[in-house]
Ligand binder design. Structure first.
Ligand SMILES: [Fe+2]
Length: 288
């Protein structure tokens, strides 16, 4: 029973308490978005059905990471810890779908190389495509991209620039970046047999809407969006650097039997994430 001495709160006192609660909630959310979520990696698991998959490829694991943004903004020890942990996922193949580094004011090519060299990336069959940030500030500097590619290839890692490779009967095509104006799907698929299982790596998911996909019926793996980095109830993600907002994150079924998966990335351009945890994606290859 309430004490008879206790006075009920006035309207002003109630409003004060609600305001204090709101401020506490806002400060707590901001601290979470700055301190916890940017490094709270989620491992997501998906099956990847592919046409005409050979029995030797069934059950193989392909791990996708994206948007490392190595550079002055992303905590490099966090990235190294995540990269070292990839071995625990038992990957048969690893793909990195662009934005290895951030390019603002200065490039971080050598730090990218140090970070990759210190990880299982160089011991696995690893396939990389470039993102807009890999082309330097302004996203159009071929000299920066070429230097990065040369040094990554010297580590023994495959970089696909509008070309494809066949590994164990799986075709992996890699499309160069759209914002850098280096996308050429015709060249990318020049040596691809569309009757065989194929995965296409492309940093920017908007390329799924280009008209040049011919009879490609495989999977497109992308990044670029970071899932918007911040996603709120009702309004969703207010900042998405893509034309087709349906390609913000996760799996999308496309026409022509194509499948798109947009990884939320590991890094960030500003250290803040809310409702969009960084992601490592594990695909298990399965027959259709
Ligand atoms: Fe990015």
């Amino acid at each position: 029973m309430p004490s008879p001495d206790r006075q009920p709160l006035t309207r002003r006192q109630w409003l004060g308490r609600i305001a204090a609660g709101g401020v506490t909630l806002a400060l707590g959310s901001y601290a979470y978005a700055r301190r916890i979520e940017p490094h709270w990696v989620e491992i997501t698991h998906h099956t990847m059905p592919l046409m005409n998959l050979s029995s030797s490829l069934v059950g193989k694991r392909l791990v996708q990471i994206s948007d490392l943004h190595v550079g002055p903004v992303v905590d490099n020890s966090y990235l190294r810890t995540v990269l070292r942990s990839l071995e625990e996922l038992g990957p048969d193949y690893l793909v990195i779908t662009g934005d290895l580094m951030s390019s603002r004011r200065a490039e971080s090519v050598d730090l990218v190389i140090d970070t990759l060299r210190d990880s299982p990336v160089i011991d696995l069959p690893t396939f990389i495509v470039l993102g807009n940030h890999d082309y330097g500030e302004g996203f159009r500097n071929d000299f920066v991209a070429d230097e990065l590619v040369d040094k990554v290839r010297n580590l023994g890692v495959t970089v696909l620039r509008n070309e494809s490779i066949d590994i164990d009967g799986l075709q992996i095509a890699g499309c160069d970046d759209r914002w850098a104006r280096r996308t050429d799907l015709n060249a990318t698929f020049a040596r691809v047999d569309h009757t065989r299982p194929t995965i296409c790596l492309a940093h920017n998911p908007d390329i799924a809407d280009l008209p040049d996909w011919s009879t490609f019926g495989g999977w497109i793996l992308s990044g670029h969006t970071h899932g918007g980095q911040c996603r709120f109830p009702i309004i969703g993600a207010p900042v998405l650097p893509i034309k087709n907002k349906a390609y913000a994150r996760g799996h999308v079924s496309l026409n022509g039997g194509r499948n798109l998966y947009v990884n939320r990335g590991l890094g960030y351009t500003r250290r803040i994430r809310f409702g969009v945890r960084p992601e490592v994606t594990v695909f298990t290859l399965t027959p259709v």
